[in-house]
Design a protein around this ligand. Structure first.
Ligand code: ZN
Length: 443
């Protein structure tokens, strides 16, 4: 190696050293030293953004914990931090959130073996669409929100809400854990723009009991219809609060029946409706505890039976029975257990008394109809090779036999099978003939 070459190598080495020092100097040694400021912000229909400052640098692992109002679970998101801050964006167009949902948020840092949590804050995902200049008034247990010129109507709904809530609270023997929020929308588009696919009862009002929130649309019906609807929906909110437990949803017929009963504080119309339909068959309460029939008659009858059963319980066992039933549900009881806790009689007796008050026998379960052998024409199957044939077992496989088949069919069935066999054979022959013909044409 000559002198010139040695000098060049020295220069290169020196430059590399200087560069390395410069790079090292630009990146000071950082370590997580706790959380700085945290914030949450939202734009309705677009996003929620959560931010945190990391003054000392990022931790080994950073997570955002979100607890949505009304939910028992916590949503945990892993977040990739920057040098001195981090951000998490929730796209609410893709993952819809009900307006007015409170979201409690806090950050969790894991550094080595230690975990640090930021203080919990709450972001309310409010409906801040342009043109919705919300105004608010508190009336009893109700907080009414409206915009535009709907102040007078909103106040009426606030009063209906306050009255319905205190009536339901008295009967259910439970005080609401917080006020009921009523959002009054002016136009259909604005109303439906506020609702997600999980909304209940779409005409005029939608309720989210676990959020203690009711959304109303002023054009959803006449003013008396809307008043009735508000009373019904608010009762659902109080009922949810009064029966809230981690184990079991109370019977749907009772929840709906109680809400219908609360519209008028009685069920005379429903009793008359059930009586008029008793001859055509009534619904078993076990059959309407999870969901209601889809058909119009069945759905209406389910509401009417629920309301009239609530009336019968109040008439026979007193108003206190309703509070006792709600308390049992709140403690995690099943339907039969809760109804017995309130009335003191076994649930079978309660149901029997109900049906005998309409001079009918309790409905009995309908046995499922047997599945008959298939009568579908099977298209020709490709012939399996000898090797693929399953070995014939000594015991023939059991074939399903029709039960309670009408005797008239017994003479027809063998002919039907013979007919299907002949038809299948004809198709097979036709296909083979077709193949030969195609092969012949190809030559
Ligand atoms: Zn309802």
């Amino acid at each position: 190696m000559g002198r010139v070459k040695l000098a060049r190598a020295t220069v290169v080495l020196a430059v590399a050293l200087v560069l390395a020092m410069a790079v090292g100097g630009a990146t000071p040694v950082v370590a997580f030293s706790g959380f700085g400021a945290t914030s949450g912000d939202s734009t309705y229909g677009s996003e929620m953004v959560f931010r945190v400052q990391l003054p000392g640098g990022p931790p080994d692992k950073l997570e955002l914990l979100l607890r949505f109002g009304g939910a028992d679970s916590t949503f945990v998101a892993r977040v990739e931090p920057g040098a001195t801050s981090a951000e998490y964006r929730w796209d609410t167009e893709a993952r819809q959130v009900t307006p007015s949902t409170p979201i409690a948020y806090r950050w969790r840092a894991t550094e080595g073996g230690s975990v640090t949590l930021s203080a919990e804050k709450t972001l309310v995902y409010d409906d801040d669409r342009p043109g919705l200049n919300w105004q608010t008034a508190r009336i009893g247990d109700a907080v009414v929100h409206w915009y535009g010129g709907a102040a007078a109507q909103a106040r009426v709904f606030g009063e209906v809400t306050a009255d319905a809530a205190s009536a339901a609270e008295a009967l259910l023997g439970h005080t609401l854990a917080g006020p009921i929020e009523i959002y009054v929308y002016d136009t259909r588009d604005q109303f439906f723009g506020a609702l997600g696919p999980g909304a209940r009862e779409w005409t005029g009002a939608a309720t989210f009991p676990s959020l203690r929130t009711v959304f109303m649309w002023l054009g959803g019906g006449s003013s008396s219809y809307l008043r009735t609807t508000v009373a019904h929906e608010v009762t659902h909110v109080v009922f949810q609060d009064a029966t809230d437990n981690a184990f079991h949803e109370p019977a749907k017929w009772f929840n709906e029946g109680f809400a219908v009963w609360s519209e008028e504080q009685g069920a005379d119309g429903d009793v008359a409706s059930v009586r008029s339909q008793a001859g055509d068959g009534l619904l078993a309460f076990e059959g309407i505890s999870e969901s209601f029939p889809i058909g119009d008659r069945g759905a209406r009858l389910a509401y009417a039976q629920g309301a009239s059963m609530v009336q019968m319980i109040i008439d026979t066992y007193g108003r206190d029975a309703i509070a006792a039933i709600a308390e049992a549900w709140r403690d995690g009881a099943g339907d039969a257990e809760a109804l017995e806790a309130g009335t003191g009689v076994p649930v079978a007796q309660l149901y029997e008394d109900y049906f005998s008050s309409f001079d009918v026998d309790p409905p009995t379960a309908i046995e499922p109809a047997p599945i008959l052998p298939s009568n579908v024409d099977i298209p020709p199957q490709p012939a399996a090779s000898e090797a693929e044939q399953p070995a014939e077992s000594a015991e023939p496989a059991a074939s399903p036999e029709p039960i309670d088949q009408p005797s008239g069919d017994s003479g027809i069935t063998p002919w039907l099978i013979a007919g299907v066999a002949i038809a299948t054979l004809a198709v097979v022959v036709a296909v083979r003939w077709g193949r030969r013909r195609a092969a012949g044409m190809g030559q």
